[in-house]
Every structure is written in structure tokens, then in C-alpha cells.
Design a protein around this ligand. Structure first.
Ligand SMILES: NC(=O)C1=CN([C@@H]2O[C@H](COP(=O)(O)OP(=O)(O)OC[C@H]3O[C@@H](n4cnc5c(N)ncnc54)[C@H](O)[C@@H]3O)[C@@H](O)[C@H]2O)C=CC1
Length: 363
């Protein structure tokens, strides 16, 4: 087997991180192995330059830390070599350990032949069972959709699907309840409350709605996209539906509802936005009409007046306008917990009025 230099190791390690990272995106609950993650943080400094690591050893995904540890090194090396040769000979699926005692199959190295896949999957399941592995994650790309029924026949279950793949899972321990996290459970929507200096609110009539709502003038609403922020999603939705440019001010309130779409729950964030333009140009695909409507007229609509939720939302917005209430504004932070930038929504956290978002003008 070829030896590789430290720089090659670092490159290969990044490749693995990339795989784990992309794996994590579609759902929560599966994280990068701390071994890999730790390695990412410390970079190549952790690896002793006297250690020779083979390409195959690394390709199999064993931890460098484990491989360089003094205790049990020889034992690990032997086990590793056996497993490597099984993978190389095409007897076992190439897989990474996850943080929870389970394995993640490398979807980039699946056998292309369905018959070969059947026997390799069976061998791998026996191997994982013997080793006491728990959950198995098997991502099957759409180009290899013929493998899906084979995996299902072997006992795998659907976890979730995206345009490009189906994720299947298998829980090995028969005596333990399945601990694998479920698929994403919510959709996230935003609504924009945009008020101008004439106390007019930006409203729309939807093209597709229930017959009882055809004449209703409502706030622009929509869903945020994958990896989109609530604050930018609200601004985008208002722009798309009405053509009006806005600045995000605050999340005024949010509603949590269940069994909304395909049994999924719904989080709906009502956002207060500051208008930067007033010219309306509607999105003809989604919207029938849009206009600036006097706030008093808007709240007098029977559907708003008679609906507890709409009515309360407007009351909260009015309380905010008269500074009797304060919403949440986003603050970008990087947490050492996961090393990722994220948005924390909050209002005043100390007594300094300059730190408050509640003094912002609306128009
Ligand atoms: N529309 C409303 O009156 C209210 C909406 N909300 C919230 O607003 C958020 C967004 O909801 P809405 O704006 O009502 O979204 P929606 O159901 O109108 O969907 C947004 C757009 O996606 C497209 N779309 C959705 N389903 C489709 C399908 N099956 N086929 C083809 N196109 C489809 C349509 O272009 C639609 O205009 C949610 O969180 C919801 O709870 C809350 C209260 C009232």
C-alpha cells in the first residue's frame, strides 16, 4: 500500500469532512464525528510527522487520532487491514462511523450492479451486526434508484427524500428502541407587516386561496428557502409579491401550528419591515392585486376583525407602533458549539437604551 504525505492526508481529510458536511444538511440529528471535527479544528498539527499512514487506511475513514494512539494500536491496525481488504475486494460497503455508534454508507462508492449491491449489503449488515453497530444511514442517489427496493427488502426504511436522493435507515439493535431522529418536522413561513408614513399597510390579494378569502386584503406571506434567514426571506417575499423594497426591523410574533402540510407543522414569523420604496409591481403568478391600504380600513375587514389570530397580530403591530411592545431583532453570532454563524433573535438584554432595537423608526 502506498504511503502518503501529511499534506495529502490533510487534503483527504478535507474530502471526508466535505462528505460528512453535505450529509448533515438535509436533516438534524446527525453531526460530523468529533474525531473528524476535532481534526478540522486543529488542522495537521495534531499528526506526528513520524507516523506513516496509508492511503487505504485513511480512505476507509478510520480516525487518525485512533490510528496514532499508543494503546491498542497494533490491534486496530489488524482490524483495519481486514476491513480495508474486505472493502477493497468489494465484500463490504464503504462506510464511516457516526457519533452515535452507527454507520453512514459512502454513497459515492456504491456498487453499480444491483446483484452485487444485494450481496454486499447483506454482508455489510452482518458485519455491522457482529460489531454491535446501531443505526445505518444509506443515501441512494436518484441515478441508482434501482437499489431502493433492494434495500427495502433487506429491512431498510424510508427516512426522507430530496430531488436527488432517498435516505434510508436501518436500526440494528433488536433489544433497543430505535433512536434515529425523524425527518424535518416543520415548514417555515414569513409574513411582512409594512407600514408607510401615511399609516397605510402593504397588502395583497392571493391568486389561489379559499373561496371565502377571495376578497381579503392580507399581508404578503410565503415560505423561506433552504438556508435562507428569516430576515432576508421576509424582505424577499415582500419584494417578489409586491415589488416594494424593505428593510427588516423585527420579528413581531410567531405562530406555531400542526398538521398543516403533509402532516408537518408550521412556524409562521410575522415580521415588521420598513418600506424603502412605494411603487407596486405584482408577481402575476402568485398575486391577483396589491396596494397600500389605510391601516384602519385593513383592520375593519370582517375576516381580520372576526379572526382571533389576525386580530391579535394587528393589535401587537399597533402596540409596537406606539412603543408599548418590542419585537425581536436578529444578531449574527458564531457559536463555538458548532463553529457556524447563526442568527439569535432578541430585544433588550441590558439597561443601555442604545442597545435596544425598540427605538427603530417604521418609515
Ligand atoms: N395565506 C395566508 O392567508 C396565511 C398564511 N400564513 C402563513 O404564511 C406562510 C406561507 O403561507 P402561504 O403564503 O399561504 O403559502 P401558499 O400556500 O400560498 O404557498 C406559497 C406559494 O407556493 C406555491 N404553491 C404552494 N403549494 C403549491 C402547490 N401545491 N402547487 C403549486 N404551487 C404551490 C404557490 O405559488 C403559492 O402562492 C405559512 O407559514 C402560513 O402558515 C399564515 C396565516 C395566513
Amino acid at each position: 500500500m502506498d504511503s502518503v504525505s501529511l499534506s495529502e492526508v490533510t487534503v483527504m481529510r478535507r474530502t471526508h469532512l466535505g462528505f460528512m458536511h453535505s450529509f448533515r444538511q438535509p436533516f438534524s440529528g446527525v453531526t460530523i464525528s468529533p474525531k473528524f471535527y476535532h481534526s478540522k479544528v486543529v488542522g495537521s498539527r495534531e499528526i506526528s510527522s513520524s507516523v506513516s499512514i496509508t492511503k487505504s487506511q485513511y480512505v476507509y475513514g478510520e480516525s487518525l487520532v485512533a490510528a496514532t494512539a499508543d494503546s491498542g494500536y497494533k490491534m486496530k491496525e489488524v482490524i483495519l487491514k481486514n476491513r480495508i481488504s474486505s472493502v477493497q475486494e468489494g465484500l463490504l460497503l464503504d462506510a464511516f462511523d457516526d457519533d452515535y455508534g452507527g454507520v453512514v454508507v459512502d454513497h459515492g462508492k456504491l456498487p453499480s450492479n444491483p446483484n452485487a449491491f444485494t450481496s454486499i449489503l447483506r454482508n455489510s449488515l452482518s458485519d455491522w451486526k457482529r460489531k454491535g453497530k446501531k443505526g445505518v444511514w444509506l443515501k441512494l442517489p436518484v441515478e441508482q434508484a434501482e437499489l431502493v427496493p433492494i434495500a427495502v427488502k433487506e429491512g431498510f426504511e424510508y427516512h426522507h427524500a430530496e430531488k436527488g436522493y432517498v435516505m434510508l435507515t436501518y436500526w440494528i439493535p433488536e433489544e433497543e428502541p430505535c433512536m434515529l431522529p425523524g425527518n424535518a418536522s416543520h415548514q417555515v413561513g414569513v409574513g411582512g407587516f409594512v407600514l408607510n408614513q401615511f399609516k397605510e399597510v402593504l397588502v395583497v390579494q392571493e391568486k389561489y386561496c379559499t373561496s371565502s378569502n377571495t376578497d381579503l386584503w392580507k399581508l404578503p406571506t410565503g415560505f423561506i428557502n433552504e438556508s435562507e434567514e428569516i430576515f432576508s426571506g421576509a424582505v424577499r417575499e415582500v419584494k417578489e409579491e409586491t415589488g416594494v423594497d424593505t428593510d427588516f426591523l423585527e420579528v413581531i410574533a410567531f405562530r406555531h401550528a400542526h398538521n398543516v402540510a403533509f402532516e408537518k407543522s408550521d412556524l409562521f414569523f410575522i415580521c415588521m419591515l420598513k418600506p424603502l420604496s412605494d411603487k407596486i409591481s405584482i408577481d402575476n403568478l402568485e398575486i391577483k392585486a396589491a396596494k397600500w391600504m389605510p391601516l384602519v380600513e385593513f383592520v375593519e375587514q370582517p375576516m381580520i376583525k372576526g379572526d382571533k389570530m389576525f386580530k391579535r397580530v394587528i393589535e401587537i403591530c399597533e402596540a409596537r407602533l406606539s412603543h408599548r411592545y418590542c419585537g425581536l431583532s436578529p444578531h449574527r453570532l458564531v457559536s463555538t458549539f458548532d463553529g457556524k454563524p447563526s442568527s439569535l433573535y432578541y430585544n433588550v438584554v441590558d439597561d443601555d437604551p442604545s442597545h435596544s432595537n425598540c427605538t427603530a423608526d417604521f418609515y
